[in-house]
Design a protein around this ligand. Sequence first.
Ligand SMILES: O=C(CO)[C@H](O)[C@H](O)COP(=O)(O)O
Length: 232
Amino acid sequence: MDKAQQAASKRNAGYHAAEMIKDGMVIGLGTGSTVFFAMERLGERIAEDGLSITGVPTSYQAAIRARRYGIPLSSLDEHPKLDTAIDGADQADPDLRLIKGRGAALLREKCVCDAAREVLIVVDPTKMVETLNAPVPVEVLPFASAPVSRRLAALGASPVLREGVKKDGPVVTDNGNFILDCDFGAIMDPESLETAIAAIPGALECGLFTAYREKITVIVGEEKGCRVVSLH
Ligand SMILES: O=C(CO)[C@H](O)[C@H](O)COP(=O)(O)O
């Protein structure tokens, strides 16, 4: 799939998710290029049809983009329960388990996913895999990054501190933490791995999302149209 085909697929997925949003909904807004297409379409529906929605952004980037599209914003303080959330993913398997966090927003994304009654995951076809095998991002407390790294290595990864492309030194998340990218190879038991990582003090969250399969709908954008996958 070339770049133009991928962009068309992302756009179709994002637009499809945006069409599923109903008047009055409070929605989590994920981070990443595919969600931005959903926001673009939501902005059009607000401007053209008077759609009334409230967004809870998962990152500064999502908030900036949502404002640009005229989406009114709120927070989990105001809305601890969300009608739905739209988010992207780096990989999804047939059981709708995900790896997220390329954009370093995984901690807030998991909070929003947890708060949402349903979750729309928008992806292009390259994200669909039989077995999750991408590096798992782990957000770590900087104070504890060395011991956390050792614990992750004991689980089978070679953790790599994520460094900035446009800045010197480590990437600092919107929450003031670091990211360790952890390549575990093929992940045969994502649930156990997520539980094991969650048990490490100082590992604040990881990019494995295995607990939300029942409320997730994956919208796979194709060059023309979409394929919708859910377990319900
Ligand atoms: O998890 C994420 C950010 O933390 C993104 O949703 C994920 O990386 C997908 O991004 P894109 O839609 O740009 O491919």
